[in-house]
Write a protein that binds this ligand. Structure first.
Ligand SMILES: [Zn+2]
Ligand SMILES: [Zn+2]
Length: 162
């Protein structure tokens, strides 16, 4: 069994909330949009997309905070009720079934480097994307970039046909 090696655990800063990812994520975004820059207070956000039912709560109960988003439909950010660290969120596009886990809250964040850099049009000029890494000025077509297995997992998760 390689399952243990494939699972990742994480949590907030005060340790009230702990969680485990039951598998590796579908895809990892490094988002350089202004919204992510403002929310994180830094140059970009690193989000691992995964089926929400594969995010297992080990301790604590995160609270949802509805936050304005670029789409205008809002982003539901789940935060620790004590230290208020953001752990994961849901966007209107993918809905509640897909979670965008904040990679920096994982104990071993280095295991999830970005699969793609998005919204590089608004990237900070001093952030240099390594040559050969996938990068797009805004958003992208999932079918062109995601591994087949992730596309199939997403279809199953959202209950979509082929
Ligand atoms: Zn906390
Ligand atoms: Zn963003």
């Amino acid at each position: 069994m390689t399952r243990q090696a494939d699972t990742l655990e994480g949590g907030c800063t005060c340790k009230t909330v702990r969680y485990r990812l039951e598998s590796m994520p579908l895809f990892v975004h490094c988002c350089h949009c202004h919204w992510c820059q403002r929310e994180t207070g830094t140059a970009f956000a690193l989000n691992a997309m995964i089926e929400t039912d594969r995010v297992m709560l080990l301790e604590g109960r995160p609270e949802m905070v509805l936050t304005p988003s670029l789409s205008g439909k809002g982003q539901k950010i789940w935060r620790c009720p004590e230290c208020r660290i953001a752990l994961w969120s849901h966007y209107a596009g993918a809905g509640q079934k897909i979670a965008f886990v904040r990679v920096g809250t994982l104990d071993e964040a280095h295991r999830l480097p970005p699969d793609i850099h998005i919204f590089t049009a608004s990237k900070q000029p001093w952030v240099v994307i390594p040559p050969g890494h996938a990068a797009v000025e805004e958003y992208y077509d999932r079918g062109e970039y995601w591994p087949r297995e992730s596309l199939e997992r997403r279809r199953r998760c959202l209950g979509l046909g082929d």
